[in-house]
Design a protein around this ligand. Structure first.
Ligand code: ATP
Length: 432
């Protein structure tokens, strides 16, 4: 016999009401999440609910046939016409939200063509503990992204009215270890979407990629990590046009409520067609750790809000030294029993980073490369001289000067890449 979907939804809705906790009888059940206990309605119990100022009553009853249960709804005659339909719609909506929260997030990865006996995706439960709260990033930017995702979840009608597929694409770009992958995990958790992580190496050709896409479900996050590397090294059998179609072609529109996420170390030299709105709607920069991010990490990893060594750490950041969040986290985790030691190690690592940068820059100048910006992997290291532009030799002298007199704050060293102005910004192009 087929399950009555309305019954299922109302039942789940009633069990989610706070009044169940106050009732005289309720059955206790554990769920697949070991620490979670659910309270479930007892038979013949009456549940009172309120909607648009009206009181409604539900009762769960056994039918003559013991295996069939029914839910009896009582509404005052005067309220019936006014609230019945909107009330049932409200239950539908609440049910979707309950399902969303309850859903276990799964991680899917694609397997090679020849292993496809059980389909091309293998999945496992996704239990990554990262959340948007645990990610250290600019607070305004985080709030904007959160609200962008919340808006997306509520925008089915809006997208449909525009004749657009209900999907949104994000580019997360920045140096290694700045939190891009962790952010993907946090997004999936926030949305309660399954993750489909696509390994382009394991895809035979463009049609194979389409085939994989058709095997994904709605409410999912499709992720391609390090897209810039695939494009640069041409290390996949998928062509650029195959990737463009994946991002915004007719096949990419087969599902709904999808979020696509691409990560890159740098978006320099990336074909503008790939980055255009529709293919990428939101660009999010992940800069290397600065002093503000460092303080958040020190707080979360070492429980430090202030420390006498903070001023020295700040000085290092001001001289242009930098480390990724991953490097700083690792130092803090391995020295967590001694916060002072952790901070001293961070200071030493920042000093070492500055020295090696200067060394590399000197070598670069000697070999005649005259490189003012560094290619991907590290953001450009500039000394900006407002009147005279950027001079590599002057830069090196400045850096040595800074190393000698660590407290000097005369030179201004800007460690962000070309998107400095976008730091903390969220470029949203379709205004959903
Ligand atoms: N912004 C951040 N907030 C909190 N932790 C971070 C952040 N960035 C990095 N980390 C820590 O560093 C580790 C590595 O980060 P992650 O893998 O997310 O970086 P990534 O930018 O994806 O690197 P890659 O480009 O090499 O894949 C994570 O386990 C996380 O604990």
């Amino acid at each position: 016999m087929q399950e009555n979907q309305l019954y299922r939804k109302v039942y789940a809705y009633l069990n989610s009401l706070p009044c169940i906790e106050d009732s005289d009888f309720a059955n206790l059940f554990s769920t697949s999440k070991s620490t979670e206990i659910n309270l479930i309605l007892d038979e013949n119990q009456t549940v009172v609910d309120k909607f648009l100022g009206a009181r409604v009553e539900w009762k769960i009853e056994n039918c003559e046939n013991e295996s069939v249960k029914s839910l009896i709804l009582k509404i005052r005659k005067n309220d019936k016409r006014r609230i019945l339909v909107p009330y049932l719609q409200h239950i539908h909506q609440m049910f979707d939200e309950i399902e969303q929260k309850r859903k276990e997030v799964r991680l899917f990865v694609n397997v090679e063509n020849e292993l496809q006996r059980n389909g091309r995706w293998r999945s496992t439960s996704f239990t990554h503990p990262a959340t948007l709260e645990t990610i250290v990033m600019d607070a305004d930017l985080k709030a904007k992204i959160k609200s962008d995702l919340e808006n997306f979840l509520k925008s089915k009608q809006y997208y449909h009215r525009l004749g657009r597929v209900w999907k949104r694409s994000f580019l997360l770009y920045g140096s290694a270890g700045t939190g891009k992958s962790t952010f993907v995990a946090a997004m999936a958790k926030f949305l309660s979407y399954d993750i489909y992580e696509i390994d382009l190496h394991k895809i035979a050709n463009d049609s194979d990629l389409k085939y994989l896409l058709l095997q994904t479900t709605n409410k999912s996050l499709l992720v391609i990590e390090d897209l810039d590397r695939y494009l640069r090294e041409k290390s996949t059998a998928v062509s650029v046009s195959g990737i463009l179609n994946f991002m915004d072609g007719i096949f990419s529109c087969c599902g709904e409520e999808r979020v696509m996420v691409f990560t890159m170390n740098s978006k320099e030299n990336i074909d503008a067609n790939i980055l255009r709105p529709g293919r990428i709607d939101v660009h999010i920069n992940f800069p290397l750790c600065d002093f503000t991010a460092f303080k958040s990490l020190a707080n979360s990893h070492l429980g430090l809000k202030e420390h006498k060594l903070f001023s020295q750490v700040e000085e290092q950041f001001q001289t242009g030294a930098s480390l990724s969040q991953a490097e700083i986290c690792e130092i803090m985790i391995s020295n967590r029993s001694s916060p002072s030691r952790a901070l001293k190690t961070v200071i030493t690592a920042l000093q070492g980073n500055l020295v090696s940068r200067v060394g590399r820059r000197l070598n670069g100048s000697r070999s005649g490369s005259g490189g003012v910006t560094e290619e991907s992997g590290e953001p450009g290291l500039f000394v900006k001289d407002v009147q005279n532009g950027i001079h590599p030799m002057k830069e090196i002298k400045n850096l040595y000067g800074l190393l000698r007199a660590k407290s000097s704050r005369k030179a201004s060293i800007d460690l962000s890449d070309v998107d400095l102005n976008e730091r903390g910004s969220l470029n949203s192009t379709n205004g959903s």
